[in-house]
Design a protein around this ligand. Structure first.
Ligand code: SF4
Length: 451
């Protein structure tokens, strides 16, 4: 086992071996001092709710929390852009001593007056959890005065990890669901959960669903609108991508309104096609299924020749993946396979045991699987496996470049659409450009040391 792994973290990493029993420990608190790549609870809530474009997002806490998550996603809106403004109560020492409730009330009243949002989300941060401000009571008072939903998000940063933040965000949103009029919603309708409209991806996905005859009620949350979330209980099915972020909302809607859910992924041609087929299957409509087949055929015909050209150049190259949720990693493993590449390391910040087990089943023997990793471990894995490209987010990019390894951003800051059929082509193009870049001649790859 690698020397870069701390003794206390040994059971959070494993190497796949054919025939042997797979075991990994996950879903636990990060080891103190291990410099986890994970974000805090507040950040988890913020990334889920951020794309709701006509809501006010107020961070109750010190200014740093708001700055850290300011404009945190590349989530586009087709209309209002209130979500892109980051508001904070800017708590100071005086507020810590005497409490921040008055300041929060005044900020909410002023901001709602000025921006006329359809709802307001108020995020709790570490310091609010410590001083004990009654967020719920303040939100309730403002909601009564202003006549819009004002929703507390119980996301005190220290009380868990990013995954707990997803849960807090889902619980806040669930207060909206069930409050809108559903009378005009057709039977063949879905909600899209867990797509955040990075680089306009949800528009592409909605268009594909529309082409097969499926109506979309609410985007949760990419290019999201408060009114749509309020009537989301009128849809027949919740189609959930990035299950870690929004599965909790889907489960609550199933319990309360009896809406079933389906887990899908829009990354890679196999999973994109499978998403359309499984939705068509759910509605048991032959016409919808025939249209889904036609759409897949048409889209593949457009991109396949170019994909094969990239495959020829990339054949045999090695890839490493480290992403927020493990579900995305399944699609990436398949997408790399389509390009003739081998995934030699795969990890995530918040994966579950079942997800890691599934990753073990679809990767080759010897692949490193790791939970809640850190820069030192990731660097040692990249060197050991001599990878050609690393897929991750903003915190992984410098690790790759410092080692002389190609990089592809697949996180929420990216500006390139990677979902859907055309997204697969963009992905292949980006991987090709990074792996084959002439810059690596001038930046030799760092080798693993034999220590
Ligand atoms: S909530 Fe806490 S951990 Fe999160 S950014 Fe603010 S201070 Fe940092």
């Amino acid at each position: 086992m690698s020397t870069a792994i701390l003794q206390e973290r040994q059971d959070q990493m494993c190497r796949t071996e054919s025939g042997s029993k797979f075991s990994i420990v996950c879903d636990k608190e990060s080891l103190a001092g291990a410099i986890s790549q994970r974000a805090c609870v507040f950040c988890g809530s913020r990334v889920v709710l951020y794309p709701i474009a006509d809501a006010l997002h107020l961070v109750h806490g010190p200014i740093g929390c708001a700055v850290y998550t300011w404009d945190i996603r590349g989530a586009l809106s087709s209309g209002p852009e209130l979500h892109r403004l980051s508001f904070s109560t800017d708590l100071q020492e005086r507020d810590v001593i005497f409490g921040g409730e008055k300041k929060l009330y005044a900020a909410l009243m002023e901001l709602i007056e000025r921006h006329q949002p359809k709802a307001a989300f108020v995020y709790s941060t570490c310091i609010v959890g410590i001083i004990g401000d009654d967020l719920k009571a303040v939100c309730k008072r403002v909601a009564l005065k202003k006549g819009i939903p004002v929703l507390p998000v119980q996301s005190e940063g220290f009380k868990g990890n990013k995954r707990d933040g997803y849960r807090a965000a889902c619980e806040a949103m669930f207060n909206l669901v069930g409050t809108g009029d559903t009378s005009a919603i057709p039977a063949k309708s879905i909600n899209i959960l867990g797509d955040f409209n990075l680089a306009g991806e949800i528009w592409m996905i909605r268009e594909l669903y529309n082409r097969i005859g499926i109506n979309v009620v609410a985007n949760i949350t990419g290019d999201g609108r408060v009114a749509d979330i309020c009537r989301a209980h009128g849809a027949s099915l919740n189609v959930v991508q990035c299950s870690g972020a929004t599965m909790h909302l889907a489960r609550m809607m199933e319990n309360e309104y009896g809406i079933p859910n389906l887990r899908v992924s829009y990354f890679g041609v196999e999973d994109m096609a499978e998403s359309l087929y499984s939705v068509a299957e759910f509605f048991k409509d032959k016409e919808v299924m025939a249209r889904a087949r036609q759409v897949v055929k048409d889209e593949l015909e457009k991109i396949y020749p170019q994909l094969m050209a990239y495959k020829k150049a990339l054949n045999g190259k090695k890839a490493a993946i480290y992403v927020g949720g493990a579900f995305k990693a399944f699609s990436l493993v398949k997408a790399f396979r389509l390009l003739g590449m081998e995934v030699v390391m795969v990890g995530s910040q918040t994966g579950t045991e079942e997800e890691y087990k599934e990753l073990q089943e679809i990767t080759a023997p010897g692949t490193i699987i790791v939970d809640d990793s850190n820069p030192l471990e990731l660097s040692s894995f990249l060197k050991e496996k001599e990878v050609d490209i690393f897929v991750g987010g903003v915190k992984e990019r410098p690790i790759a470049y410092k080692l002389g390894v190609g990089f592809c951003d697949h996180n929420h800051e990216r500006k390139e659409a990677l979902a859907g059929f055309s997204g697969m082509l963009n992905f292949a193009k980006e991987v090709y450009s990074s792996v084959m870049s002439p810059v690596w001649k001038f930046m030799p790859r760092m080798e693993a040391q034999n220590d």
